[in-house]
Design a binder for this molecule. Structure first.
Ligand SMILES: Cc1ncc(COP(=O)(O)O)c(C=O)c1O
Length: 402
C-alpha cells in the first residue's frame, strides 16, 4: 500500500503548489518606476486614468479608487446614507468586511442563509428578513461566482432597499450575460494581493449614480470639496499613483488571468466530478460566469476524512489547501460580544437595535463552513500541477477506502 507523505511516505511533489500568488511582471515594474521618477506619488493623474479605464471595463459611469475594499464599503455605505440602527441584509459566510463595514456607521448586519450549491445568498431568505428598519442588501459574489441577482433586485425594488454589490472577489464575473457591479446602486471591488487583479492593497467603488459618485469622491478624500473645504465627514482613503500604475497594467492582463483561472478550475471540476460523493466540486450554474477567485470544494463525510486531517495530509503531499471562513460571522467574537462597549464603540448607543447574534441560525452556511476546502487557484498553475492535485487527492481517498 502506498504510504501517505504525512506518515513518512514519498510526497506527490516536493515543491509545494502555493494556494494563491500575485502575478506581476516587467510591465508593472516599469509603470511603478515611471511614477517614482515623476515625483508625483499620491492620488493624481494615474489614479484618474485607472478610474476611467475601470469604469469602461465594468460598463459603468463612475469608478472611484480607494486604498482597500474595506474602505470602498465604508465610503459606499456612507454615500448610501446608512444611519445608526439601519439594518442591512447579508450572508454570514463571507469575508468579515462585507458586513462589518456597516458597523462602522452603526448599521446592523442581519444574516441570512446561503444556497448549498453556489455558497451565495439564498434570495428567498432575504424577503423573510426584511423589517421596518431594513435599508439595504449586500449580495456578495463569493469566490468569483455571481449571486442570483434577478430575484435580489426584485425584492430590493419591491421594498425600496439599496443594493450594494460586494464584488471584491469577482472582477469580470457575469450573471446572465451582464457583468457584476452593474446590478446594484453601488458595487465595490478589492485589489488585495491575492485578488484576480491587484494593486497590493486597494479598492474601487463603481456606480451609475452621479450624486453617489460625487459623494464617494468627497468622503474618500477627507470630506473635501476643493482643498481644505471640508463639507462632509471624510477619511484618508485615497489610492496612490503607484497603486494605480500597477492596477492599470493588471487590468490589461485581467482577461488573460481570468481565462487561465477558468480553464484550470473547469478541468479540476471535471476530475472531481468523478468522485463528487466524496469531494463535491465548485459549481458554475448555467448563465453564470465564475471567475474563480478561489477554488472551493466540499469534503464530504463519506470520504472518511475529517477536514483538518485531510488538509494536513494534502499539504504534506505538496498541495496547499485550507478551510474557508470556518467561523461564520455571527459566531465571531466581535458579533457574539457586540453589546460590550470594549468590543464595539457604539454598543451603548445601539443597545436597543443590536440583536443577540449568539441566537443567529443559518444551518446551510454552518454546514458549508465545516466542509469547505480551498485548493490552489491562480493563473500560473500548469497541467502538471493539475495532475499532481488530482493524484494527491486520489491517494488520500484511496487510503481511507482500504
Ligand atoms: C468578499 C470581500 N469583501 C470585502 C473585502 C475587503 O477588501 P480588502 O481586503 O481590500 O479591504 C474582501 C477582501 O478580502 C472580500 O473578500
Amino acid at each position: 500500500m502506498v504510504k501517505l507523505a504525512i506518515e513518512g511516505g514519498e510526497p506527490v511533489r516536493r515543491e509545494k503548489i502555493p494556494i494563491a500568488v500575485p502575478i506581476l511582471g516587467e510591465e508593472e515594474e516599469r509603470a511603478v518606476i515611471e511614477v517614482l521618477r515623476s515625483g508625483y506619488l499620491v492620488q493624481g493623474e494615474v489614479v484618474e486614468k485607472f478610474e476611467k479605464e475601470f469604469a469602461k471595463f465594468n460598463g459603468v459611469k463612475h469608478a472611484i479608487a480607494v486604498n482597500s475594499g474595506t474602505a470602498a464599503l465604508h465610503v459606499a455605505f456612507q454615500a448610501l446614507k446608512l444611519l445608526p440602527g439601519d439594518e442591512v441584509i447579508t450572508v454570514p459566510y463571507t469575508f468579515s468586511a462585507s458586513a462589518t463595514a456597516a458597523l462602522f456607521l452603526g448599521g446592523i448586519p442581519v444574516f441570512v442563509d446561503i444556497n448549498p450549491e453556489t455558497f451565495n445568498v439564498e434570495p428567498e431568505k432575504i424577503e423573510k428578513a426584511i423589517t421596518r428598519k431594513t435599508k439595504g442588501i449586500i449580495p456578495v459574489h463569493l469566490f468569483g461566482l455571481p449571486a442570483d441577482m434577478d430575484p435580489i433586485k426584485e425584492v430590493a425594488e419591491k421594498h425600496g432597499l439599496f443594493i450594494l454589490e460586494d464584488a471584491a472577489q469577482a472582477h469580470k464575473a457575469r450573471y446572465k450575460g451582464h457583468m457584476v457591479g452593474t446590478f446594484g446602486d453601488v458595487a465595490i471591488y478589492s485589489f488585495y494581493a491575492t485578488k484576480n487583479m491587484t494593486t497590493g492593497e486597494g479598492g474601487m467603488i463603481v456606480t451609475n449614480d452621479d450624486e453617489i459618485a460625487e459623494k464617494c469622491r468627497i468622503i474618500r478624500d477627507q470630506g473635501q470639496k476643493g482643498k481644505y473645504n471640508h463639507v462632509l465627514l471624510g477619511y484618508n482613503y485615497r489610492m496612490t499613483n503607484i497603486m494605480a500604475a500597477i492596477g492599470l497594467k493588471q487590468l490589461e492582463k485581467l482577461q488573460n488571468f481570468t481565462k487561465k483561472r477558468q480553464e484550470f478550475a473547469r478541468k479540476l471540476s471535471k476530475e472531481l466530478e468523478k468522485i463528487r460523493e466524496l469531494i463535491k466540486p465548485s459549481k458554475e450554474p448555467e448563465g453564470y460566469e465564475h471567475v474563480y477567485y478561489l477554488y472551493a470544494c466540499l469534503l464530504e463525510e463519506k470520504s472518511g476524512w475529517e477536514r483538518d486531517g485531510f488538509i494536513k495530509a494534502l499539504e504534506a503531499e505538496g498541495i496547499s489547501a485550507g478551510p474557508i471562513y470556518k467561523t461564520l460571522l455571527y459566531h465571531q467574537p466581535l458579533y457574539e460580544n457586540i453589546k460590550d462597549p470594549n468590543v464595539y464603540p457604539y454598543a451603548e448607543m445601539l443597545k436597543n437595535f443590536l440583536p443577540n447574534y449568539k441566537k443567529a441560525k443559518c444551518p446551510i452556511a454552518e454546514e458549508i463552513a465545516k466542509k469547505a476546502i480551498q485548493l490552489p487557484m491562480h493563473p500560473k498553475l500548469t497541467e502538471k500541477d493539475l495532475k499532481d492535485i488530482i493524484t494527491a487527492i486520489e491517494k488520500l481517498i484511496l487510503q481511507k477506502k482500504k
